[in-house]
Design a protein around this ligand. Structure first.
Ligand code: PLP
Length: 367
């Protein structure tokens, strides 16, 4: 029987996969969305429960309190922050404000940059990251950053490869883009997992061409609330960005989340402790499969290549009620590539057990 394929472009579409297989959503273990398995912080749950009345009035359309909290946290000026309904809204707002004619994307990369650029009818130059170089950008990229580009998107750690771009190289790219007046949009949606010390937020001062994108979705496990923000110091661009946005784009509870969670140090520490353990555990265990090439992760997900030909590992794992992200629809990749979220130990073990069962038919594991 031919299996119906899911149509979604992103991970996390548990409903669609469950429907296709005729199973309940609850019985599917989701490794396809990279969300912190510690779940929504208790501090936020409590704050929302205590402040349900916030829904009874409009949020502040300028989000002054939220921007002040973010500015204090990042030690920058609140007027340099624009908040959005997830980083996704801001990706579209940025391209709308810049109206680039020519842009460069590193592939494989997050799909929404391309959709946002296409909406502007922008010419897109793809820079293929090399498998031989573990999909890491290297200095060869620099000579492709030509002055006729209007913008360049870089995601670090990159989705789906999980690689963090070398800090010195990234700084060099920042300088080059500034000299050549190219907007450099650095997507730091996963940087809080890698470590705030890798963020380039401190570099925004006096560099109007640097735009940093952040998402609260992954680290604080609130994909359903929708909250992201960007940082930039070009008053003119910031003004245009705000003009692009509809009023009250962030709901009251997302706004509340932004004011509460950044100071939940208990949750933040617990997340780093969990990640340190489970990242090493899952990477090491996956690397033992001789059929897989596993890329060392810098964030809360692991990217790998399955070397078995004509084999659909996503499909095979769905038989075990486990959903992983097939990366075949990323430009620059093919159906042999996959991404899994790092979850709690019991879930990670369930994934490994299912993989053992599947791989038993294909090869011996490495000792
Ligand atoms: C690299 C990257 N940037 C941005 C986003 C969008 O995040 P948000 O949920 O804040 O819109 C995602 C979501 O998957 C992502 O993977």
């Amino acid at each position: 029987m031919k299996m119906i394929r899911a149509l979604s472009t992103h991970g996390g579409n548990v409903r669609e996969h469950a429907e296709i297989r005729g199973i309940s959503i609850e019985s599917l273990l989701d490794f396809s969305a990279n969300i912190n398995p510690l779940g929504i912080p208790e501090s936020l749950k409590l704050a929302i429960c205590q402040q349900l009345h916030l829904a009874e009035r409009y949020p502040d359309s300028e989000y002054k309190a939220l921007r002040k909290t973010l500015a204090e946290y990042h030690q920058c000026l609140d007027r340099h922050i624009v908040v959005g309904n997830g980083a996704t809204e801001l990706i579209f707002a940025v391209t709308e404000a810049i109206k680039p004619k020519k842009a460069m994307l590193l592939i494989p990369g997050f799909a929404e940059y391309r959709r946002a650029l296409q909406k502007q009818q922008c010419e897109i130059v793809d820079y293929q990251l090399s498998e031989d170089n573990f999909f890491q950008p290297d200095r060869a990229l620099i000579k492709h950053i030509s002055a006729d580009l209007d913008c360049l998107f870089i995601c670090s750690p990159n989705n789906p490869t999980g690689q963090r771009i070398d800090h010195d190289l990234l700084n060099e790219i920042v300088d080059i883009c500034r000299q050549r007046q190219i907007y450099l949009i650095i997507d730091e949606a996963f940087i809080d997992f890698a470590g705030e010390r890798y963020s380039l937020i401190s570099k925004i001062t006096a560099n109007p061409y640097l735009i940093i994108l952040r998402s609260m979705t992954k680290f604080f496990a609130i994909p359903g609330l929708r909250l992201g923000y960007l940082l930039n110091t070009d008053d003119n661009l910031l003004h245009r960005l705000r003009l692009e946005q509809q009023p009250w784009t962030i709901n009251s509870f997302a706004e509340l989340a932004g004011r509460v969670v950044l100071y939940d140090y208990g949750y933040i520490d617990a997340t780093h402790r969990w990640l340190r353990q489970e990242q090493a555990y899952l990477f090491q265990k996956l690397s033992q499969f001789s059929t897989l090439i596993v890329y060392p992760p810098a964030a809360n997900y692991i990217f790998f290549k399955c070397q078995i030909t004509d084999f659909d590992l996503q499909d095979a794992l769905l038989e075990h009620h486990i959903l992983i992200r097939s990366c075949g629809n990323y430009p620059g990749l093919n159906n042999n590539y996959y991404r899994v979220a790092i979850k709690k130990r019991s879930d990670n073990k369930a994934l490994l057990i299912a993989l053992h069962r599947i791989m038993m038919n294909h090869s011996l594991e490495r000792k």
